[in-house]
Design a protein around this ligand. Structure first.
Ligand code: HEC
Ligand code: HEC
Length: 340
């Protein structure tokens, strides 16, 4: 009897050990322990006119916080923001997400917005993915891009957020489905050292990488697998399906392969972003945020183009004017999918 109990005990320990090894090798311990978060500090960011100006540019056009954290009128071609609601949060424009997602109210309203959150709570949310209440943010909030945002850009954005008109707007809490709401606890990563932007003397591709990462072009233009991970080898190759009340479209291949946009010049690229029309003719869907990025400077748009020219060309046909068919490369349905 005693012997049987001993064997059972050993077996139980072995089972636990196997389960532990399994968890360590697969989803990791974060789903159980909670996200990796550093303690908050009491740092504050001094408001200067330079920071305010820079923060306004980044938050409205270059990063672009306001595009997600403001409700839009999607029935219009350039999806204008609802007047008086800048930064006040609202529904996420894409519907193919695992659950209900709401970018929160970032205005300084004390009851419904960020009015009582500290500067470091905001800083940690933006670059490290931890909400003011300690939760892991769903990575549609692009903190993995913002992790590389310089300390000065971060300070500027927060100074700008503090200058927004407080808007009383109750935004529901996001509800992510099981098990995704636990799995996302693997995503947040603390930023512990100083972060700076490449100097003005750096080459165009290095500077372009910084600008394009902050803009988040890759989030839509690199297709993801069913676990939300970017498919290796398909950087900027398009095909990611976007669903929302603006209609359903796929992102395009931005590489220099013949199936991408090899024929673009820098002038044509800037004109496309400024007008939302390719070659002055083909109208782009408002889910491609040209109406947001059109506020970027020629310099920043030019750097994005320089970076895109350096990306590995990928053969991947995508065409939104054709009926969607299955693509074995990006594992999504899109026009010309059967050709890949
Ligand atoms: C692509 C859309 C998108 C962009 C761009 C974006 N956000 Fe968010 N943001 C979200 C979503 C969605 C959430 C909510 C995530 C959740 O509930 O898990 C969020 C959450 C946040 C939070 C957490 C609030 C809290 O509860 O503590 C802050 C702060 C924030 N965003 C600030 C910013 C700033 C600043 C920028 C620009 C530098 C930005 N966001 C850009 C979509 C976006
Ligand atoms: C929210 C998702 C999203 C983001 C972010 C995004 N795009 Fe797009 N983009 C799209 C979609 C979808 C299309 C296809 C639109 C259509 O065909 O109507 C597109 C189309 C384009 C085109 C047109 C290509 C062609 O000739 O057909 C260009 C150029 C482009 N995007 C560049 C960019 C750049 C540069 C950025 C970052 C500054 C960016 N996009 C960010 C979704 C996005």
């Amino acid at each position: 009897m005693k012997r049987a109990a001993k064997i059972l005990g050993v077996l139980a320990i072995m089972l636990v050990a196997v389960a532990c090894a399994g968890i360590t090798a697969t989803i990791g311990w974060r789903p159980f322990l909670g996200p990796k978060a550093r303690p908050l500090t009491n740092r504050t960011f001094e408001a200067t006119p330079e920071r305010l100006k820079r923060g306004e540019y980044i938050a409205n056009y270059a990063a672009p916080c306001m595009a997600c954290h403001t409700p839009h009128d999607w029935s219009k071609r350039d999806a204008p923001m609802i007047p008086g609601m800048l930064g006040a949060g609202g529904p996420f424009p894409l519907t193919n997400v695992p659950g209900k997602l709401y970018p929160p109210n970032l205005t300084p309203d004390k009851e419904t917005g960020a009015g009582t959150w500290t500067d470091d709570q905001l800083a940690r949310a933006i670059r490290e993915g931890i909400g003011h209440d300690g939760r892991a943010l769903f990575p549609a909030m692009p903190y993995d891009n913002f992790r590389h945002m310089s300390d000065e850009d971060l300070a500027s954005v927060i100074v700008y957020l503090r200058s927004l008109k407080p808007v009383h707007n109750v935004v529901p809490k996001s509800e992510i489905i099981f098990p995704v709401k636990y799995l996302i606890r693997n995503e947040p990563q603390p930023v512990t050292g100083p972060v700076s932007a490449p100097p003005a003397t750096a080459d165009a591709v290095t500077r372009g990488k910084y600008v394009i990462e902050r803009a988040g072009c890759r989030d839509c233009h690199t297709p993801r697998d069913s676990h939300g991970q970017r498919i290796p080898g398909l950087d900027y190759a398009g095909g990611e399906l976007m669903e929302g009340n603006f209609a359903t479209v796929s992102s395009m291949n931005l590489t220099t392969d013949p199936t991408g946009i090899p024929y673009y010049t820098k002038e044509m690229f800037i004109q496309t972003i400024r007008t939302g029309k390719v070659g002055g003719v083909r109208e782009l869907s408002p889910i491609m945020p040209w109406h947001v990025f059109r506020g970027m400077t020629d310099e920043d748009l030019g750097l994005i183009f320089d970076y895109l020219r350096s990306v590995k060309p990928v053969k991947h046909s995508v065409d939104n004017s054709e009926t969607p068919t299955y693509c074995r490369l990006c594992r999504e349905m899109h026009g010309l999918g059967e050709k890949n």
